[in-house]
Design a protein around this ligand. Structure first.
Ligand code: AMP
Length: 386
């Protein structure tokens, strides 16, 4: 048996690759736990630096800088999947990096991810590897309606095209080929709802899940999460069992977001996994005993995991660039249940995640009227979720 690792004490230095909003929220949670942070991010004044982390402004594959980071830190973590896996593997040899490069290699490549999940006997939508345009036609004949996706580099719906007829194939294939990465064709899933489970595991093998969230996307970007997801208890249990199985299979250390489709008959298909705190887990900041950020830090610093108990049902609304100006005009009209989180990003662009709003209530439906009155979020989307 391997020995139980010692917890990192307050005052320890945590290094983060990536200084976006996820890193910012890790820093905010970690300061309350007594940890200190250094973040590596190529963009100056990144959100994590605004929250008080020391920033090294450099590329993720600047090895001199990575060596400096390894020397300065007790443990290093990454906040997003698109960091260079070779650089992470190099770093892993020099400093404790509990998430590891292997997890990164799997989750940053959709083909590897699906193959890995299949090996664990976790159901995923049928898929085929695409090399030529002809392959798409063959996949369409065999699988029917498709989602074509780039295998690497895509996020928030970038690098995706839906194919409902053969006439759409040439344009979609040509657009995705520009990215110069492999392509995968997935069967289009006629899901009833989308859900996600945030699961955490530490080195002692302790595993805990948060309550499944139900998620609504617009233009493939998460807009609203509702917690608990509207599921019968057996499906909710099953979703958590699947998430735990993946965490165990990966020997996860940290938190992982597992996105799933729920079919009308209650069957679950895993869409993708994200080896870090996840946008659909932001509700945990105000609705749970431990937030997903605290949980991630507990896991990577060898502490016991915190309770994931949900105090109250919750709604999380993403504040995208197009929402922010009106929201700022309506600040005084926010309902009293609302907790506003803004990331301090200067460049307010449409589709860019600028912040989020968490609301907790015993009756989520009662939030519909005040939120519709606010007029910031699409009334149809709110109606679907409340
Ligand atoms: P992804 O980047 O894989 O998370 O996809 C973004 C969003 O596109 C998902 O949250 C779904 O709403 C939609 N989507 C992705 N793959 C499929 C699929 N195979 N069938 C139906 N919708 C999908």
């Amino acid at each position: 048996m391997t020995s139980v690792p010692e917890p990192l004490l307050p005052g320890s230095m945590i290094g983060l690759l990536g200084g976006g909003q996820l890193a910012q929220m890790l820093v905010l949670a970690g300061h309350a736990m007594g940890f200190r942070f250094i973040v590596l991010d190529p963009a100056p004044n990144c959100p994590a630096a605004l929250a008080g982390a020391t920033q090294i402004t450099a590329a993720y594959d600047d090895f001199a800088v990575l060596a400096e980071l390894a020397d300065a830190c007790d443990v290093v973590s990454y906040e997003f999947e698109n960091v260079n896996a070779d650089a992470v593997a190099w770093l892993e040899e020099r400093v404790d990096l509990p998430q590891g490069s292997q997890l990164l290699r799997i989750s940053q490549n959709r083909l590897r991810e699906k193959t890995f999940l299949q090996k664990l006997a976790v159901p995923v939508a049928p898929f085929q590897k695409i090399i030529t345009e002809k392959d798409v036609t063959v996949a369409f004949e065999e699988l029917g309606e498709l989602m074509l996706k780039t295998v690497t580099g895509g996020y928030d719906g970038r690098g995706q095209a839906r194919i409902s007829s053969t006439a759409q194939i040439p344009e979609a294939f040509s657009a995705l080929s520009q990215a110069k990465t492999e392509i995968v064709a997935e069967q289009f899933v006629p899901f009833e709802r989308e859900i996600s489970v945030i699961v955490a595991r530490n080195r002692m093998g302790e595993i805990r899940c948060f309550t499944p969230a139900e998620n609504l996307h617009k233009k493939n970007i998460l807009t609203i999460s509702r917690i608990p997801a509207r599921l019968v208890p057996e499906v909710s249990e099953q979703a958590q069992t699947v998430a735990k199985k993946i965490a165990e299979g990966l020997e996860l250390v940290g938190v992982l977001g597992v996105e799933m489709f729920v079919l009308p008959d209650g069957k679950l298909l895993v869409n993708e996994i994200a080896p870090r705190p996840h946008n659909s887990g932001h509700f945990t900041q105000n609705a749970c005993v431990s937030s997903q950020f605290e949980q991630h830090l507990r896991a990577i610093t060898n502490l016991a995991l915190g309770s994931t108990e949900l105090y109250k049902p919750a709604l999380m609304l993403n504040i995208l660039g197009e929402h922010l100006p009106l929201l700022l005009e309506k600040l005084k009209d926010l309902p009293p249940e609302a907790k506003l989180h803004l990331y301090g990003k200067q460049d307010c662009r449409s589709g860019r995640k600028m912040g989020h709003l968490n609301l907790t209530s015993d009756s989520l439906e009662s939030l519909l009227e005040p939120l519709q009155k606010l007029g910031v979020w699409d009334a149809d989307l709110l109606n679907k979720m409340l």
